[in-house]
Design a binder for this molecule. Structure first.
Ligand SMILES: Nc1ncnc2c1ncn2[C@@H]1O[C@H](COP(=O)(O)OP(=O)(O)O)[C@@H](O)[C@H]1O
Ligand SMILES: [Mg+2]
Length: 355
């Protein structure tokens, strides 16, 4: 897939929120760079508050301004490989409404927050379909029934008449997925889609997403803080810390040869699949720079605390491709490094099917 174009490219996305009275603004996303190829699954991993959701919501331009502020960046979206990309950061609200749910869909951790309790499942799915597709109500109903049956809901016709509270958590997440996929999006944003579910249901939902991804040839941006989920589902992984992407690589490279001290601490702190990341102290216990870190670059293991003025890493510290398709937040030495910047992070490698 070497010459395929990226589906989406996020370049130096920065988003901030007001800080304490009289204090500095909080840099929630700080020069985030990522790209996703068609059909690829990118997992974004990092502890709570690292900027995963803020980056994801920026793709759909869903931040209310104010309080949020986009401080810079570009989000090149190319749903059609033969067309030039468009910059989502410059799109009108009206144009974004057309893209949301249609070309790019999103599912959340807690489906109850996005399902309306006073409408039936059927009317909500049909409404989503009618909003984006030029079909009759009868056709929308047929699409909705097919969508429910695609996500493994038995007796879909009867389910259409039910209300969200009549369904279990796992069922509601399936309904959300059916709704998200009814318009055949090119990209699904899944923000911790299984965190609220018990482990068995989690596995079923992830399996379902994988299956639907192949059927629809859809890319997925999967936010999680579960490294077990990453190992199971991702082709490519981006690790976020303090609003920045600190490492970005193929899933195998990331697990076998983590290069950034934060990533190394993260992997060490969670030897058990299914464990969650939320304790920074244990993460940083294992934060070291590997002895064979690629020549020409310096990573600063002790500068792991964000500077209130400069953010994490400071202005000179950028994402560099220190090994082919392996990007690490670091600083090139005097006369050293690879002049790859300002390339966006690219990781093409896909996990071969069946691996
Ligand atoms: N609407 C908001 N107002 C103020 N601060 C916010 C808002 N949304 C997110 N933040 C802050 O931005 C940072 C990143 O948040 P988020 O992207 O939600 O983290 P996570 O990686 O857990 O998804 C956090 O410090 C969070 O408190
Ligand atoms: Mg989040």
């Amino acid at each position: 897939m070497s010459e395929k174009n990226t589906l989406i490219e996020i370049e130096d996305l920065s988003v901030s929120f007001p800080g304490p009275p009289g204090g500095r603004r909080l840099q929630a996303a700080d020069r985030v760079r990522l790209s996703i190829y068609p059909g690829q699954t990118l997992a974004v991993v990092g502890e709570s508050g690292s900027g995963k959701s803020v980056s994801c919501l920026s793709i759909l331009q869903l931040h209310p301004i104010p309080p949020a502020r986009y401080d810079g960046g570009r989000i090149s979206w190319r749903p059609d490989d033969t067309q030039a990309p468009v910059d989502l950061m410059t799109k009108s609200e009206r144009a974004m409404r057309d893209i949301r749910g249609n070309q790019i869909a999103m599912i959340f951790q807690e489906p109850m927050t996005s399902l309306n309790p006073v409408y039936t499942i059927g009317s909500q799915i049909m409404e989503a379909i009618l909003l984006h597709q030029d079909v009759t109500r009868q056709q929308a109903k047929e699409i909705a029934i097919r969508a429910l049956s695609d996500v493994g809901i038995a007796g879909p016709e009867a389910r259409l008449k039910e209300y969200p509270h009549q369904l279990s958590g796992g069922m509601r997440q399936r309904v959300m997925i059916a709704m998200a996929l009814a318009c055949q999006p090119k990209l699904l944003l899944a923000d911790e889609p299984t965190t609220a579910l018990d482990v068995t249901i989690q596995a079923q939902i992830l399996e379902l997403l994988k299956h639907l991804q192949h059927e629809h040839d859809m890319a997925i941006l999967l936010i999680t803080h579960d490294l077990g989920v990453v190992a199971e589902s991702a082709d490519v992984v981006a690790v976020m810390y303090a609003g920045r992407v600190v490492e970005y690589a193929n899933v195998h490279a990331l697990f076998e040869r983590p290069l950034h001290p934060y990533t190394r601490g993260l992997l060490r702190s969670m030897p058990v699949l299914g464990a969650n990341v939320d304790r920074l102290d244990t993460v940083m216990d294992g934060a070291t720079v590997p002895e064979d870190f690629p020549a020409g670059y310096t990573v600063h293991a002790h500068e792991i605390t964000p500077d209130p003025e400069l953010g994490y890493g400071g202005p000179k510290v950028r994402l560099h491709e220190v090994e082919p398709e392996h990007w690490v937040l670091c600083e090139p030495d005097e006369g050293g490094g690879n002049p790859t910047f300002p390339r966006v992070g690219y990781v093409r490698a896909m996990t071969p099917a069946g691996e």
